[in-house]
Design a protein around this ligand. Structure first.
Ligand code: TRP
Length: 329
């Protein structure tokens, strides 16, 4: 039986952090055996907000690819590629823009939100409004049924379904299946200051951080503010360190540090030492593979080229039908 298709992408705007790894990439890795997976670096998407300074996109794209493979995406199982290396996405974006009502795009909650939040950038651009159409093209061009994304991307997927239905309706053919969001059940990864880990909060642990930097970041990480002295009792739930324990430590260790915190049986440094040990165990294989890949740019290039060629082949199949439906060629 043919495996169902999964597709997901990540924007190449900045370095990847632990939140991206635990919240998204690890999940992609887990889906590889069950589905026919397509995973890509959305470099065009990063231009929708970063068009004025593209200087870091190339490097970010390369770093993301390295992280994909280092975290366990296997080019023999999944199709790993770069969006701009499969120009059919742009062709489909253009064609879908012909049938997408403006009102649908203006109503997407992230449209207004981002425009307001990123106030140092002028986002009154055509490309930014069309962001969900581009994302829709990424998904529909592979006729993917499942799209693993975070909750913030759900409104975009809603648009993708609407555009897919509108296309099928207008051209009287079931070309596109309805793409479903595959919500990941991972816990929110707290950053060093207790807020959600994000590069814009400057509270992240990056995959490119050296062990020394990770060690330093955890040592100075926020804990329960009630524990000013070693003898003060604390509430583990109020400490972001404990929330990281819940992700990276064993059940026994989690019980131990929680108990130690409540009774002041252990200090915050002791608690952090356990976390650092477990985080290192988790990250060490990824660090090792990152180092190998950084030393072997040819290998990374080959993965990107081969994957993009495979993706292009699959995309072309869909495009032939789409062109036909829309009176072209
Ligand atoms: N918009 C997504 C994000 O910022 C990235 C993305 C682009 C994507 N195209 C996609 C995700 C297609 C899933 C499917 O995270």
């Amino acid at each position: 039986m043919k495996k169902e298709r999964v597709l997901s992408g990540m924007q190449s705007s900045g370095k990847m952090h632990l939140g991206n790894l635990v919240g998204a990439l690890k999940n992609w890795v887990d889906l590889q055996d069950k589905y026919d997976c397509f995973y890509f670096v959305a470099d065009w998407h990063s231009l929708t907000t970063g068009y004025a300074d593209p200087s870091s996109i190339r490097e970010s794209t390369n770093d993301l690819l390295i992280n994909f493979v280092a975290a366990g995406l296997d080019p023999d199982k999944s199709t790993i590629f770069i969006q701009s290396m499969v120009p059919q996405h742009a062709e489909l974006h253009l064609l879908l823009s012909m049938i997408t009502p403006l009102g649908w795009l203006e109503r997407v909650p992230t449209y207004k939100e981002k425009q307001e939040n990123l106030e140092n950038r002028d986002l009154s651009m055509y490309g930014f409004l069309g962001y969900p159409v581009l994302m829709t093209s990424d998904i529909l061009i592979y006729r993917a049924q499942h799209v693993p994304v975070g909750i913030d991307q759900m409104p975009h997927l809603e648009i993708s379904r609407e555009i897919a239905r509108r296309f099928n309706f207008l051209y009287k053919e079931e070309v596109f299946p309805d793409p479903e969001g595959l919500l990941t059940k991972f816990p929110k990864v707290p950053g060093l200051d207790g807020r959600k880990m994000s590069k814009s909060y400057d509270n992240a642990i990056y995959l490119s951080d050296t062990p020394e930097v990770v060690d330093q970041k955890i040592r100075t990480m926020m804990t329960d503010p009630a524990r000013k002295r070693r003898t003060d009792k604390g509430d583990p739930e109020l400490s972001p360190v404990f929330h990281l324990h819940k992700i990276f430590s064993s059940p026994e260790e989690i019980v131990e540090v929680a108990e130690g915190c409540r009774t002041a049986g252990i200090g915050c440094i002791d608690c952090k030492r356990v976390l650092i040990k477990n985080l290192f165990t988790y990250l060490e294989p990824i660090w090792a593979r990152r180092a190998e890949l950084i030393d072997n740019p040819k290998l990374v290039r080959d993965i990107a080229y081969k994957g993009s060629e495979k993706a292009s082949h699959a995309a072309e199949e869909t495009m032939e039908t789409v062109r036909h439906c829309m009176g072209l060629r």
